[in-house]
Design a binder for this molecule. Structure first.
Ligand code: GKR
Ligand code: MG
Length: 424
């Protein structure tokens, strides 16, 4: 007799892990990053896991969804999605986007449903003895290439010990950071988080990277801190040096205008972040590459749906990341492994995390040549280490952070700091 996959219990555990002072267009990372770990248990005792954002508003929505999912069959993703949708029907609270204000227009249903969908696929994979990638159609690649994600940064959080990466506030320090990242992880593509220094200084950093790594595909992402005219000027200056330019200027209007003047493809994880953004982006010819992200595109199956739509309209895909732990990495690996048209090395914040700060058992991920193998065990192929989970949960309780607030943290040290889009 088939095991009973009715959902009987759901546990949501908020966690906090150390994060270095990485600079971006809206401020600086706080000393801790927040996530939530979701455990979904079935009547027959199989447990599936998922990972998501950890802000208080998002946690309260996850909690509403979890209550509605008790009694639903983890083999019916449609029934699960309908239950979450009904649970959120009266939701009128703002926030909980998990992106520090850089993106506020992703779909609440997709964000909230996502970790439960991942956990259900984990359950189904365990039930049938196959990896999640097989449930998603099988592997297009056995290992997934990632880009080395470079950040301007302070040497230390004020009042705390310096981290192993040191200060990076100019071109030569970023080149040093890239050297270290490439030598430790073998990355074969590099992304620079921009929107931090004057655009000319950031262009100089890209030029220094291109000189040091002449064959390396490079990207820069100022999270729309540049105006359209600045983006066009910098885009033209960087001709031949970028594989793509990510979110240079605000809005689909701004992106379309920039795209018609610069030589390289444009990518976004800010202005096409939900299915209903796609028609307008297509009709305006604003975007070449969508940065998929299962955390806000509604899970792994919906990421595949996005991939189908993108390819229909001649768009390519890459993958976006926020600070994350190993459950998210496993989910990203399965879906990227099973999606042929994720054509670019995916983003990951993984190197910025302390190796011991995780919730999964053992050390299941190894970067070789910048790529990580898709886990081959049943389900996600990773399991929770409850001692590690408790430690990061205790840390969450201790640090008393309720939201990611890069802007507020930055303004503690620079009250004049302006996070607005298009400011340069
Ligand atoms: O972690 O500072 C950061 C990033 O800026 C992140 O929050 C963005 O969402 O990496 C992301 C991006 O590509 O925009
Ligand atoms: Mg981006």
């Amino acid at each position: 007799m088939a095991a009973d996959t009715t959902i009987s219990t759901i546990r949501i555990t908020p966690v906090a892990f150390s994060d270095p002072p990485l600079l971006n267009s809206v401020g600086v990372h706080e000393p801790y990053a927040l996530r939530s770990i979701i455990e979904v248990e079935t009547a027959s005792g199989i447990t599936g896991i998922g990972e998501s954002y950890g802000s208080a508003v998002h946690l309260s929505r996850l909690d509403l969804a979890a209550r509605a999912l008790i009694g639903v069959d983890a083999e019916s993703l449609l029934a699960m999605r309908c239950a979450v949708s009904r649970a959120l029907a009266d939701d009128s609270v703002r926030g909980g986007d998990g992106m520090a204000g850089m993106v506020t227009t992703s779909s609440t249903l997709d964000r909230v449903y996502s970790p439960f969908e991942v956990a259900a696929l984990d359950i189904q994979g365990q039930q049938f003895g196959v990896p999640v990638s097989s449930l998603l159609g099988g592997l297009a690649r056995e290992s997934v290439p990632f880009s080395g994600y470079l950040f301007y940064k302070w040497s230390a959080h004020p009042g705390m010990e310096p981290d192993q990466w040191g200060e990076a506030l100019n071109a030569s320090q970023i080149v040093d950071q890239a050297e270290k990242m490439v030598s430790e992880y073998g990355f074969t593509a590099l992304k620079l988080k921009g929107g931090v220094l004057r655009p000319e200084d950031e262009a100089e950093t890209v030029e220094a990277l291109a000189e040091r790594f002449p064959d390396m595909p490079l990207r820069i992402d100022p999270n729309a801190a540049w105006s359209v005219s600045t983006a066009i000027k910098i885009g033209k200056r960087l001709e031949g040096k970028l594989e793509y330019l990510e979110d240079p200027a605000p809005g689909l209007d701004g992106m379309a205008e920039v795209r018609s003047h610069v030589p390289m493809p444009l990518a976004t994880n800010m202005f096409v972040v939900a299915f209903d953004h796609i028609p307008e982006s297509v009709s305006r010819e604003a975007i070449d590459i969508i940065l998929s992200d299962p955390h806000f595109w509604g899970g792994l199956e919906h990421t595949k749906l996005l991939a189908g739509i993108a390819s229909t309209f001649g768009m390519n895909l890459s993958m976006h990341s926020n600070s994350h732990l190993g459950v998210s990495l496993a989910a990203m690996l399965h879906v990227a492994g099973a999606t042929p048209n994720i054509d670019y090395a995916c983003d990951t914040h993984w190197p910025w995390k302390k190796p011991d700060d995780d919730v999964v058992s053992g050390t299941p991920f190894t970067f070789e040549g910048g790529a990580v193998s898709v886990p081959t065990g049943p389900g996600l192929g990773v399991s929770l280490d409850h001692e590690k989970l408790s430690r990061l949960h205790e840390q969450y309780v201790k640090v008393e952070m309720l939201e990611r607030d890069d802007t507020g943290y930055m303004q503690t040290y620079d009250p004049t700091f302006d996070p607005s889009m298009g400011r340069w």
